[in-house]
Ligand binder design. Structure first.
Ligand SMILES: NC(=O)c1ccc[n+]([C@@H]2O[C@H](COP(=O)([O-])OP(=O)(O)OC[C@H]3O[C@@H](n4cnc5c(N)ncnc54)[C@H](O)[C@@H]3O)[C@@H](O)[C@H]2O)c1
Length: 325
């Protein structure tokens, strides 16, 4: 049986996700929705013959599809996500889950609002998924496999950076690989717009790391890099097209164990994500990247902001508890 889906959001990303789900052999797109009349027209053109609705209320009233592909802007995700979950639909949405400003300026107030979606998802018993599609970039998948297979040994140092266009993704990559740090301490002036930030992270197992974010270099110039150094070897994943190496720890001359270079992972990663979402739903399993990953980003961003504001280390478990209350 195919999974029936409905699409909310007729922007560029909504149309792209809508096509990926509609073209999946085990998914049928049943209806589309956008509150903006021009965007609704764009959806009608892209998906001719499908019922098209101007509000989520009307969509829920007329369409019983079980999966909502909910691709609105990050400032407008929370109310429809909560409404769809309360109406008993599975929800797949974009990242970051919630920001009042934009994709790379999130704070503790944003996290409190985002919690309403996580809470609704957990109470609904429905599946909730978020589009950290970089899990399906081959070089990032290789890094995760190298670490989890023990090829790097015990992780000691994480060194990451990103242009702010990739900010949610680099945070997700750090957390996916390493888990949530015990604490963060941030250097940066969070009162400034688009503030450059340097984040020191410490994990319970003893590993330490640094993550830097900025708008101050070319977006197409290796916009993100993640290096994880273990006591046996260190792995590096770089850029959007794909560059990956594993090199022996502390070797000189440097001993390369593995190298991979690819091209064009970006568009395919969304197709892989749609496929993984449909397969998970068909198997009755959680979505490939779930509510906990969405929440972990919000907690991390809240802690980073709070640390920059107070000049203090912020323990993630403590701020997590505070944000939920
Ligand atoms: N995963 C990635 O790599 C990646 C890359 C780019 C963008 N994104 C994310 O994708 C999101 C969407 O991007 P976009 O360019 O399509 O955004 P957009 O703002 O152009 O389009 C969003 C659409 O949603 C509609 N909308 C908002 N609230 C609605 C509601 N309650 N009911 C009905 N329609 C509603 C708006 O009218 C708009 O047409 C961005 O916010 C960003 O977070 C992710």
């Amino acid at each position: 049986m195919a999974i029936n889906a409905m699409l909310i959001g007729g922007g560029g990303m909504g149309i792209m996700h809508g096509k990926n789900f509609a073209e999946h052999p085990d998914c049928e797109l049943k209806a589309v929705c956008d509150m903006n009349p021009e965007r609704l027209d764009a959806l009608k053109k892209e998906f001719p013959g499908l019922p098209a609705y101007a509000s989520v209320d009307e969509l829920l009233d007329k369409c019983d599809a079980e999966l909502a592909v909910m691709i609105t802007n990050e400032t407008l995700r929370v109310p429809p996500c909560v409404q769809l979950l309360k109406a008993g639909r599975h929800v797949f949405t974009e990242k970051p889950l919630h920001s009042r400003k934009n994709q790379f300026n999130l704070d503790d107030e944003d996290a409190k609002v985002a919690w309403t979606v996580i809470d609704a998802a957990r109470k609904s018993g429905k599946c909730f998924g978020i589009d950290y599609n970089y899990h399906y970039f081959e070089h990032f998948a290789k890094l995760n496999q190298a670490l989890t297979a023990g090829k790097l040994g015990t992780p000691k140092l994480v060194w990451a950076r990103a242009h702010f266009n990739c900010w949610s993704h680099i945070i997700d990559q750090v957390l996916w690989n390493m888990g949530r740090p015990e604490w963060v301490q941030t250097i940066g002036d969070c009162s400034k717009e688009n503030w450059t930030r340097l984040i020191h992270m410490k994990w319970p197992g003893g590993a330490e790391g640094e993550l830097g974010g900025s708008l101050d270099w070319g977006y197409d110039d290796g916009p993100l890099k993640l290096m994880i150094c273990g006591d046996k070897a260190y792995a590096t994943a770089l850029g959007l097209d794909g560059f990956f190496t594993v090199r022996k720890a502390n070797s000189w001359p440097c001993e390369e164990i593995e190298r991979w270079e690819g091209k064009g992972a970006y568009n395919d990663s969304f197709v892989h994500m749609a496929d993984a979402v449909i397969k998970a739903l068909k198997a009755g399993k959680p979505m490939p990247v779930d509510d906990q990953a969405a929440w972990n980003e919000q907690v991390f961003e809240a802690a980073v902001y709070r640390s920059a504001k107070t000049g203090k280390r912020v323990p993630l478990d403590e701020i997590d508890q505070e944000l939920r209350s």
